[in-house]
Ligand binder design. Structure first.
Ligand code: GLU
Length: 432
């Protein structure tokens, strides 16, 4: 069945449909039996729960939480938990599918999972947030665990929330199960380097792309959409590599400085003011202006559906590094391909986070912990190998980086199905 580009000429923004479309195209191009797509197109399990939380005023609120487990043929499902008002089932399912591909692509022994709670955490007090985090784990306890499904941080969740969740899970099981969650504070079994890992992975990918394009980092400029954990660390590490970061935006506004922002001071400013907006010496910049900025590298590090048929035509950057999950619509992608922009697709670009989560899980299993340099070195090796697999596929098949990443990811999942006896007589077209 041919893959549909558009639905009634409208831009496709449903992440579940986008994920299915990309997987289907890869399965067709790899000449896989139809059954492979039939297995990959749906999650293995989705659990939806209600989480009552007693508000500070004594009233109960009731939040909806969910967890999608896509496929577990490479290992336990793995992926973050997001707290956001826009969370919905299709989004969580798509994000879990992307986690499966991400892990397969990097060569991690994990399947894909993702969770979310429909909530604006800014509207909760710290006590309420803790109750919500613990309640989420109580409800999901039967289907999660270090050898079943391993959560981690995602949008609006952090080490403190992972710490509460670990504490709740340990109480429920009546023992220490620190490998059940990653991204927790180092003092209770977290890994050195995990907080910076996603941003560090993004920058390693950008360095690899620049090498292939014969570009020198210290002659390049960048803009970053989103200044949460991933965006701010990416900006900081790019700055350290000599890249001039000229603009950043976040939910509260934007900051632009043509000769480069001082990222270290900007991080201090954000810690004090909660937004990049109004940073001393900067001019205000909108998201639309950021996408259209005259620069070499564009890093979308916020939410889905940012590079669209409206914003893609305005992009001037040579490299787009997708630090967010699903930032590009199919139409936006097509336009970037036509413009010959070098896209580092999300499932490759932001895979540093889950990679160091894997290292955390390994360290928890052996109760022995590595120093930060060791973690960073291992991360670099994994990222460079993943980039290389995708780039070799691109050269071999004359495909885009996104198509190539899906070919490698879907191909490895198909290899696992073959090894388990689910499909016969199929060979990966190139060795990855
Ligand atoms: N939330 C991150 C992601 O989307 C990290 C997941 C993890 O560490 O398991 O890749």
């Amino acid at each position: 069945m041919p893959v549909k580009e558009e639905k009634n000429g409208e831009e496709i923004t449903n992440p579940y449909q986008i994920a299915q479309q990309l997987i289907r195209r890869a399965a067709e191009s790899l000449d896989l039996p139809e059954g492979v797509y039939n297995i990959l197109k749906k999650p293995k399990r989705v659990m939806k729960v209600s989480i009552p939380v007693r508000r500070d005023n004594g009233e109960y609120a009731n939040f909806t939480g969910m967890r999608s487990q896509h496929i577990d043929i490479l290992g336990p499902t793995k992926g973050g938990i997001r707290f956001h008002p826009g969370v919905n089932e299709d989004e969580v399912v798509a994000l879990s599918m992307w986690m499966s591909l991400k892990s397969a692509l990097v060569g991690l022994p994990f399947g894909g999972g993702k969770g979310g709670v429909i909530v604006n955490p800014e509207e909760l007090s710290e006590r309420e947030l803790e109750e919500l985090s613990r309640g989420y784990i109580r409800e999901l306890e039967p289907i999660i665990g270090p050898d079943k499904d391993v959560p981690a941080p995602d949008v609006n969740t952090n080490g403190q929330i992972m710490g509460w969740m670990l504490d709740e899970f340990d109480r429920l099981r009546g023992k220490d199960v620190s490998g059940f969650i990653t991204g927790k504070p180092v003092i209770i079994g977290g890994s050195e380097g995990r907080i910076e890992a996603t941003g560090r992975g993004v920058v390693i990918n950008i360095m690899e792309a620049a090498k292939r394009l014969n570009l020198e980092l210290d002659k390049l400029s960048a803009v970053v959409q989103g200044f949460g954990n991933v965006g701010s660390i990416t900006a900081k590490l790019l700055h350290e590599q000599g890249v001039k970061v000229i603009a950043v935006t976040d939910a509260g506004g934007g900051a632009y400085q043509s000769n480069g922002l001082d990222i270290v001071s900007l991080i201090d400013y954000v810690n004090a003011h909660g937004t990049v907006n109004g940073f001393e010496g900067s001019e205000h910049i909108s998201n639309e202006q950021l996408f259209a900025a005259d620069c070499d590298i564009l890093v979308p590090a916020a939410l889905e559906n940012q590079i669209t048929e409206d914003t893609a035509p305005t992009i001037k950057a040579k490299i787009v590094a997708e630090a967010a999950n699903g930032p590009t619509t199919p139409q936006g992608n097509k336009i970037m391909e036509q413009k010959d922009i070098f896209v580092i697709p999300d499932i490759l670009c932001n895979s540093g986070g889950v990679t160091v989560s894997y290292f955390e899980w390994v360290q928890n299993a052996m109760h022995y912990f590595w120093k930060e340099d060791e973690v960073n070195e291992k991360l670099k090796e994994k990222m460079e190998n993943a980039f290389d697999s995708v780039y070799r596929m691109k050269m071999e098949k004359n495909a885009s980086m996104r198509e190539s990443a899906y070919l490698v990811g879907v191909g490895r999942l198909a290899e696992a199905m073959k090894a388990r006896g689910w499909i016969k007589n199929w060979d990966m077209p190139i060795e990855c």
